[in-house]
Design a protein around this ligand. Structure first.
Ligand code: KIV
Ligand code: ZN
Length: 511
């Protein structure tokens, strides 16, 4: 067991706490299936007490996933623990992850509880969680700023109560590797019963050290790392799964443990999470960034051509870069389309969904000669982003854009089946389109972010647009993809509006 590193993915919980990254149940299920394919040991599927919708999503994931443990977060109180317990009931292997803050600042200012009360609540929550599963994780929130003696006391008590995994979070991303490694070492040395549990680390990236701190913890005895795809998460994010996994795999001379992750699923997982959440991956991001394996300088290119390992410590194909694999074209039929989706691990739930996706594929193949895997993934993300109960849909769009003239957009929308029409001028075709949509919808939201990325290369590539809207403190991301970026932009704007008008009230676990 000691040479096995448990990968606990919290993309669907901590990752979802990123502004606008809230996902629908179907989107969460798609990501959970991909995480299972990736070989993640534990999937933290959400925070059941956040809302009935969150509990429902966890329950569905628990019923579908067979090869990963499915976990729900719960604050250390009865309502949360019971909600988590009910949500994971259908799981082949389920876990409850309960937590309470242990630092003086959190106990005094946030919880308004004494240290004794915190210990009592932690023990009670762990015992209650054991009524549902024998796989119970306890986290000491803000462990980084907690007093060592108190931390040891809390951990000793929850081990006695029956917790099987103890998580040490750097909630605010404050630590540095030497100190974090030392904290883990001391905890394992000092806490009675430490050898009976798995020690875990959960690091945030506020100072850019989440991965380094997690690895330092591993070098000092942690055997579970909590991380997210693309490092998504609260504020500056969590430790990035792909970086932790590849560091441990690549430096087998340094680490005495390894994970069971199938590295070839890393890039597909990164693409899927980026498409669904609307968080683009920066080009120079390690492992999954577009430049991670490209050699620009002549000296490097020459070296790589002569002997690849001169400048490459990992192989692009080992982490799932398919190099824009050409897959289908205009003449490909339904069967070829369905087979390729299956090979990519994309499961469309109904025959109706396959038909809709195939129709979109044919439309795309008319505009774009070569269809790559990445196009198919975007197409399916787009298709399942369209919820049957979505209120707004784009019927048609026309823009006039000419040198010396003010751009003008004409848009026809369907609002719950009723057709609406409007036209507007704007600073550019995208601005004019958004103004025309707002004229019809009147959402009163403000645009926080607008970004366009090309899905593959070439001028006929699809543009993938992300729009982030905010209204009354609620933030949502919308995505749209099309070979015409003005159409992609309008789709992304409508996708964001559908989320804005559709999302239910949810509680945040840490506020
Ligand atoms: O950052 C944190 O402390 C958390 C806990 C809930 C584990 O996310
Ligand atoms: Zn966290």
């Amino acid at each position: 067991m000691n040479d096995r590193l448990i990968i606990f993915d919290t993309t669907l919980r901590d990752g979802e706490q990123s502004p606008g990254a809230a996902m629908t149940k179907d989107e969460k299920i798609r990501i959970a299936r991909q995480l299972e394919r990736l070989g993640v040991d534990v999937i933290e599927a959400g925070f059941a007490a956040a809302s009935p919708g969150d509990a429902e999503a966890i329950k569905s994931i628990a019923g579908i996933i067979k090869h990963s443990t499915v976990c729900s977060l719960a604050r250390a109180n009865e309502k949360d623990v019971r909600a988590a317990g009910e949500a994971i009931l259908p799981a082949a292997s389920g876990r409850i992850h309960t937590f309470i803050a242990t630092s003086p600042i959190h106990m005094e200012k946030k919880l308004r509880m004494s240290p004794d009360q915190v210990v009592e609540a932690a023990v009670k929550a762990v015992k209650m969680a054991l009524e549902y599963t024998d796989n119970v994780e306890f986290s000491a929130e803000d462990a980084v700023r907690s007093e060592m003696d108190f931390l040891c006391r809390v951990f000793e008590e929850v081990i006695k109560a029956g917790a099987t995994t103890l998580n040490v979070p750097d909630t605010v991303g404050y630590s540095i590797p030497a100190l974090w490694g030392e904290r883990m070492r001391q905890l394992i040395e000092r806490v009675p019963g430490a050898d009976r549990v798995i020690w875990s680390t959960h690091c945030h990236n506020d100072l850019g050290m989440a991965v380094a701190n997690s690895l330092a913890a591993v070098m000092n005895g942690a055997r579970q790392v909590e991380c997210t795809i693309n490092g998504l998460g609260e504020r500056a994010g969590n430790a990035s799964l792909e970086e932790v996994v590849m560091a441990v795999k690549t430096r087998r001379d340094v680490f005495t443990c390894d994970s069971r992750i199938d590295a070839s699923q890393i890039v597909p997982s990164s693409r899927l999470v980026s498409q669904i959440t609307g968080y683009p991956v920066q080009p120079n991001k390690a492992i999954v960034g577009a430049n991670a394996f490209s050699h620009e300088s002549g000296i490097h290119q020459d070296g790589v051509l002569k002997h690849r390992e001169t400048y490459e410590i990992m192989r692009a194909e080992d982490v799932g870069w398919s190099h824009n694999k050409l897959t289908l074209g205009k003449l490909s039929g339904r069967n070829a389309f369905r087979t390729r989706l299956q090979e990519l691990g994309i499961v469309l739930e109904s025959e109706e969904a396959v038909n809709a996706a195939f129709a979109r594929f044919k439309e795309l193949a008319d505009k774009k000669r070569e269809i790559f895997d990445e196009d198919l993934q975007a197409l399916v993300a787009n298709e399942s982003g369209l919820d049957a109960c979505d209120r707004f849909r784009l019927v048609s769009l026309k823009v006039c854009s000419e040198t010396g003239e003010t751009p003008h957009a004409y848009i026809v929308l369907s609002d719950g089946g009723a057709e609406l029409r409007a036209d507007e001028f704007g600073g550019g075709p995208v601005d004019a389109s958004f103004r025309a949509i707002e004229k019809m919808v009147g959402s009163g939201s403000s645009l926080l972010l607008y970004s366009v990325n090309n899905i593959t290369t070439g001028t006929d590539a699809q543009g993938e647009v992300t729009v982030r809207l905010s209204r009354n403190g609620r933030i949502v991301n919308g995505q749209g993809a099309d070979t015409d970026i003005v159409i992609a932009s309008a789709k992304a704007y409508l996708n964001a509006l559908n989320k804005l008008f559709g999302v239910e009230e949810r509680a945040h676990p840490q506020v």
